[in-house]
Each structure stands twice: as C-alpha cells, then as structure tokens.
Write a new protein. Structure first.
Length: 172
C-alpha cells in the first residue's frame, strides 16, 4: 500500500507551479508554501515513502533534499532550515519529516518551502518538473481506485450460496 500526502495544505501556497512573474520569467519550477502553518521551522513532510538520493547545500536553493519514490519519480524540497537526512536514508511512510521550512539559499526571500516532482535525481536544478500538488492528488486518486480491487481479491471462491457476511475490510 502506498500513501501520498502533500507537504502542506493548499491554503499555504504562496506561489503555484508554473507561475510566470518577475521572479520566475521562465515559469516557476515548483510550488511555494509560505503562509499559515508553512512558517519558519514548520516540519516538512515527504509526499510518500522512498529513499533520500540527494541532500546538499545549493547556493540558490539552499538546503535541498531529493527523495526517490516507487513510481520512479523524484520529489524535491528546498530552502530547508538545516541540512537534510543523509543520502541513503529510507523514509518508511508518507509524511515522514525530512526537514523544516527555512530561508536558505540566494533564491529565498523569506521562509518558505519550494518543492516539486521531477524525472531525475538532479531534476530540481534542470530538466522537466511536475506540479507536486497535481502529482500527489493523481497518486491519491489512483490509490483510491486500486483499493477496492485489492480488498475483493482474497475472497474465497469456493463458498457456496450462503449469504456472504460483509467483509470487515470493506468498512471505512
Ligand atoms: Zn519557488
């Protein structure tokens, strides 16, 4: 089973993915969370289980953590307050905290989390990036769709015409 969570609720977004403005003339390569509970020092949650594949300081993006997920995609988290977990660290569940909202790196003008999804380990710096909000919501929808099938699968086929009791697994 694979869970997906967003780092913060949508109402914490200060700049959405793809926005073109003075700060991002070529389009914003991520989603910024910087208000309400996404304040300095707030815990940053990884979107799913995975493995830390990059953890370093970048002059523009500050403390950066990149996590590789089972889907083959990478999620990245930038401007973190402190250095992230070591490369190779396993995140065993969605929502595991990988750092705190910070204001590190030259491209940060106030505490916020810049995050997104990419195809490559270093996709945070260059290459194709995806809207993390859209991506997580897509994965959540896929997981929801897959769930009823998985629950129905182990039902015994040999039961005769006796009225089947409602399986406990179906209770929500
Ligand atoms: Zn940003």
């Amino acid at each position: 089973m694979s869970d997906w969570v967003l780092p913060f609720p949508d109402n914490c977004i200060t700049c959405a993915h793809g926005v073109v403005d003075d700060l991002h003339p070529n389009g914003h390569r991520g989603t910024d969370y910087g208000k309400r509970e996404a304040k300095l020092g707030a815990p940053v949650k990884a979107i799913a289980l995975g493995r830390v594949v990059l953890s370093e300081y970048h002059h523009n993006l500050g403390n950066v953590v990149v996590v590789k997920h089972a889907t083959g995609k990478f999620s990245y988290y930038c401007h973190l307050k402190d250095a992230g977990p070591a490369v190779g660290t396993y995140l065993r569940a969605a929502g595991e905290v990988i750092g705190k909202v910070g204001n590190t790196g030259q491209y940060s003008f106030g505490a916020h989390l810049h995050c997104g999804v990419s195809d490559e380990r270093t996709g945070v710096y260059a290459g194709k990036v995806y809207d993390i909000v859209k991506y997580v919501k897509e994965q959540q929808a896929l997981a929801k769709k897959a769930a009823p099938k998985a629950a129905a699968a182990p039902a015994p086929a040999a039961e005769p015409a006796k009225k089947p009791a409602t399986p406990k697994a179906k209770a929500e």
